[in-house]
Design a protein around this ligand. Structure first.
Ligand SMILES: N[C@H](CCC[C@H](N)C(=O)O)C(=O)O
Length: 358
């Protein structure tokens, strides 16, 4: 039985945030679709999910959760994929997020809010897809895509639509079409699309050193000459296996909170960057720690793990099919030669259901 979280009253104190990817693309679609949505009598109820819960009075709480889903009460489901955790919102009735970026920052706060690495919105399909997904990082920035998040998204949709067993969905994201498939063991296999290597499209200002890409190039960060490869999975990643002085990283020795922000905010990454630090055990087994753009050190990063295998193959460290150990657990990655798509397989689980007063 899920724990029922009673409303917090979140103040929307102004919080600096940086939009990473212009959401004007979504906004433009919103404008053209808003008319068709308003002219349809769509009614999506989340009460199906929450009907099994009972509202509980918390001593001293000023608000009682309305079981009628009052307008200022936000229902959500907390999911996690290898400990990379998200607040999922049923937004299937609109392409406008029910929560602003600043509210997302408050909701993600682990002391004063629900606590999460991001907020994910399940929205109507675009260009014929089943659904679309938007996400705010815990700092309020909006990335193009989230690998662990899309696995959680798929399980969330299955819950909302009462779907059992194997099922795949077409999802429109800032990284293009992504296809997650729920498998019989409950894990989710995701076609993450093709990696992008062209330096300006990462984006990075590091000079391309191989066929327009940045592969095993040098980048000075905090006085150290790191050897890096840059890969986009729709969102930007910088992968390193070590430095000029030390080619074999021991990732557990890293002071991530010190070095992570220096990569994230490096001038060579105009949209900031997700950074993956990798230790190679064999040609099919690696270990990784990540400092995420807009979220900091997380227990796992799905897009980052896909980027790691691409970089490892390009630098000659690994095969195309690998297991990557993250602090939150392992992900299986397969960068298929035949279609150049990267496939990721891993878990996604419900933590709890809840409601919060915005
Ligand atoms: N912080 C990332 C988005 C979330 C990616 C990560 N959580 C994943 O599972 O892919 C970014 O700003 O690009």
């Amino acid at each position: 039985m899920a724990t029922f979280l009673i409303s917090h009253s979140l103040t929307s104190t102004p919080i600096r945030r940086r939009l990473i990817s212009s959401s004007s693309h979504f906004r433009a679609i919103t404008l053209c679709l808003r008319h068709s949505i308003s002219s349809r009598s769509t009614s999506f109820s989340t009460s199906r999910i929450f009907s099994s819960m009972t509202a509980v009075e918390v001593p001293g709480s000023t608000s009682k959760v309305s079981d009628r889903g009052g307008s200022d009460i936000l229902h959500f489901v907390k999911y996690q994929g290898l400990g990379n955790d998200f607040i999922l919102i049923d937004n299937r009735d609109s392409l406008e997020p029910k929560v602003t970026a600043d509210q997302a920052v408050n909701l993600c706060d682990r002391n004063f809010g629900i606590g999460a690495d991001g907020v994910i919105f399940a929205m109507p399909g675009i260009n014929g897809t089943d659904y679309s997904m938007r996400i705010f990082n815990s700092d309020g920035s909006e990335p193009e895509m989230c690998g662990n998040g899309i696995r959680c998204f798929a399980r969330f949709i299955a819950e909302l639509e009462n779907i059992q067993g194997n099922k795949s969905f077409t999802i429109y994201t800032g990284a293009g079409l992504i296809v997650p498939e729920i498998q019989s063991d409950g894990k989710v296999r995701v076609d993450m699309g093709q990696p992008v290597l062209n330096a300006p499209e990462i984006p990075t200002k590091v000079p391309a050193n191989k066929d327009g890409a940045v592969i095993a190039a040098e980048l000075i960060v905090d006085g150290t000459a790191w050897i890096i490869t840059c890969v986009s999975m729709g969102n930007p990643h910088c992968i390193t296996f070590g430095s000029k002085q030390c080619q074999t990283l021991k990732v557990d020795d890293l002071n991530l909170s010190e070095i992570g922000p220096k990569f994230e905010n490096h001038t060579m990454f105009p949209a900031r960057i997700n950074t993956e630090f990798v230790q190679v055990f064999s040609r099919t087994h690696m270990k990784m720690r990540v400092w995420e753009r807009g979220a900091g050190a997380t227990l796992a990063c799905g897009t980052g793990t896909c980027a790691v295998v691409v970089a490892a193959v390009l630098e000659g460290h690994s095969e195309r099919k690998c297991t990557v150990d993250l602090p939150g657990g392992p992900l299986e990655i397969d960068w298929k030669e035949e279609d150049n798509h990267v496939y990721m397989t891993g878990p996604a689980e419900v933590s709890f259901h809840g409601s919060v007063r915005l």
